[in-house]
Design a protein around this ligand. Structure first.
Ligand SMILES: Nc1ncnc2c1ncn2[C@@H]1O[C@H](COP(=O)(O)OP(=O)(O)O)[C@@H](O)[C@H]1O
Ligand code: SF4
Ligand SMILES: [Mg+2]
Length: 454
């Protein structure tokens, strides 16, 4: 087969995703569940597109499991469906076995789809309650004209056994099964057409923890036996750690970190990954220490923050170059700015606010003057004016706001590639994909960055 993938292609890659975007039109009435987020009013809304997936690049090698993790709503399911072309991409390409999926339609697309199966989170609703398990497993084979009736039945029974069920279950209805067993039926159905690639969208999230491990183990055994490649989505890091070879971390439509599993868990290099690993989103952002992670909510994917998407919540956001504050004073200023934006307090007395937010370190010089100005506005109950100063003169001036980060760094564990979309990594980067002109555009690991061993 001729490879028509992009020149940077990893020859071993089964799947290559390049600058993939999926935006939903806000006007189309499909906006169920999307909330306009007024917590970040400085994000202008020039368009109303929901940028669910917004410039994503990755490869998946044959036989590997790429774990995809991120909070709910960050775009994982949309990415999965767009990769399989169940959703039409807004921009970008997906190459599967070297073929551009966008160039396929009709019968060739159908044939390619046979090779790419998907398993969903909810085993209850993805199985037709009126159908017996046997015909459920046989359905994809029938749709693709595989085998005759007898052959399909024999194969279905064999697969039921492979996934850890009793072939006698062939004549049972789904309701007779537990959640874990139903997910095994789903596995058998996906396997029936002998695919190379299975996208698993939170396949064990609805199951009890003890059952999760059993199903994951079965999935690993099946991977070995049938040479399967998995894109495995979960929001639970322990599940991701169990099953993945490499891990991609997604935040608000972007991949922010991608590395081999051990490297990612032992040497995380993006503040969002670090926060997920610490997994203690604590309400009080000023309580200090490692609990000061992940304050605030995920911003809306309609006009997300410029530069680094995570900057409105990042505990490590970088001080603008024009100031020379101590680290403590800058951190205090960031927390104060976010509190003003959230209207987290009603207090207007500058002295009280100073002692509440700046007790240990106060900005001096130009930054101190601007803070005084902001406090003056608050004293006159003009929160908007205070907010404008704090956002425009501080938050928006950070490199985190003005440039989209995309760096490749040396792995500490193993020799795999380690991508981190954080400006804190800029000094140690072996390759950079930052382009000031692409602010608001795509971070593109693997395309603009050369191979790590170059
Ligand atoms: N059909 C749709 N129309 C509009 N917005 C959508 C649609 N599907 C998903 N979204 C939005 O896209 C974002 C990503 O959703 P999703 O891919 O389901 O995230 P995840 O799987 O990580 O929880 C969310 O803000 C969601 O509300
Ligand atoms: S680029 Fe800035 S805001 Fe984004 S993760 Fe890194 S330090 Fe935080
Ligand atoms: Mg999802």
């Amino acid at each position: 087969m001729t490879k028509v993938g992009p020149p940077e292609s990893d020859p071993e890659a089964l799947l290559q995703v390049r600058n993939l975007k999926k935006h939903f039109d806000n006007e189309s009435g499909l906006l169920a569940g999307v909330q306009l987020d007024d917590e970040f009013p400085y994000v202008s809304r020039s368009t109303s597109d929901v940028r669910a997936v917004d410039g994503v690049d990755f490869d998946i090698k044959e036989g590997e499991t790429l774990g995809l993790v991120g909070e709910s709503g960050c775009g994982k399911s949309t990415l999965a469906r767009t990769v399989l072309r169940l959703l039409e991409p807004t921009e970008g390409s997906v190459y599967f076995q070297g073929k551009d999926l966008a160039s396929l339609s009709g019968e060739p697309l159908r044939r390619m789809r046979k090779n790419m199966q998907m398993i969903f989170q909810d085993p209850q609703s993805s199985l037709d309650p009126r159908m017996k398990v046997g015909p459920i497993v046989e359905e994809p084979m029938k749709a693709h004209g595989m085998l005759d009736e007898e052959g399909r039945e024999a194969r279905a029974k064999e697969l039921l056994e492979k996934v850890g069920l009793d072939p006698q279950h062939y004549n049972r209805y789904p309701h007779a099964f537990s959640g874990g067993q139903r997910q095994r039926v789903n596995l058998a159905r996906a396997l029936s057409v002998n695919p190379d690639f299975i996208v698993c969208d939170e396949p064990v999230s609805a199951l009890d923890v003890s059952i999760q491990a059993q199903v994951l183990n079965t999935m690993e055994e099946l991977q070995e036996e049938f040479d399967l490649t998995y894109l495995f989505i979960a929001h639970d890091l322990s599940v991701i750690r169990h099953i993945s070879d490499r891990v991609a971390v997604m935040y608000l439509g972007n991949i922010v970190e991608l590395a081999d599993k051990e490297e990612l868990f032992e040497n995380p290099q993006h503040p969002y990954t670090q926060a997920l690993l610490d997994a203690i989103p604590v309400p009080d952002p000023r309580s200090g220490g490692r609990t000061a992670l992940l304050s605030g909510d995920v911003p809306s994917p309609i006009d997300p923050p410029s530069g680094c998407r995570f900057r409105t919540r990042c505990p490590k956001v970088i001080q603008p170059e024009e100031y020379d504050m101590s680290d403590g004073a800058w951190r205090n200023l960031v927390e104060f700015q976010r509190a003003v934006e959230r209207r987290a307090f009603e207090e207007t007395d500058p002295d009280v606010l100073r002692s509440r937010y700046f007790q240990d370190a106060v900005p001096s010089g130009d930054a101190g003057t601007l803070l005084d100005e902001a406090l003056g506005h608050i004293e006159r109950d003009k929160f908007e004016d205070a907010e404008r100063i704090l956002v425009e003169r501080f938050a928006d001036q950070s490199v985190c706001a003005t440039a989209r980060p995309a760096y490749e760094i040396e792995s500490e564990i193993g020799d795999g590639r380690h991508y981190s979309a954080c400006h804190l990594r800029r000094d140690e980067a072996v390759a950079t994909a930052v382009d000031e002109a692409t602010v608001g555009g795509a971070a593109r690991p693997g395309t603009e960055a050369p191979e790590a061993d170059d």
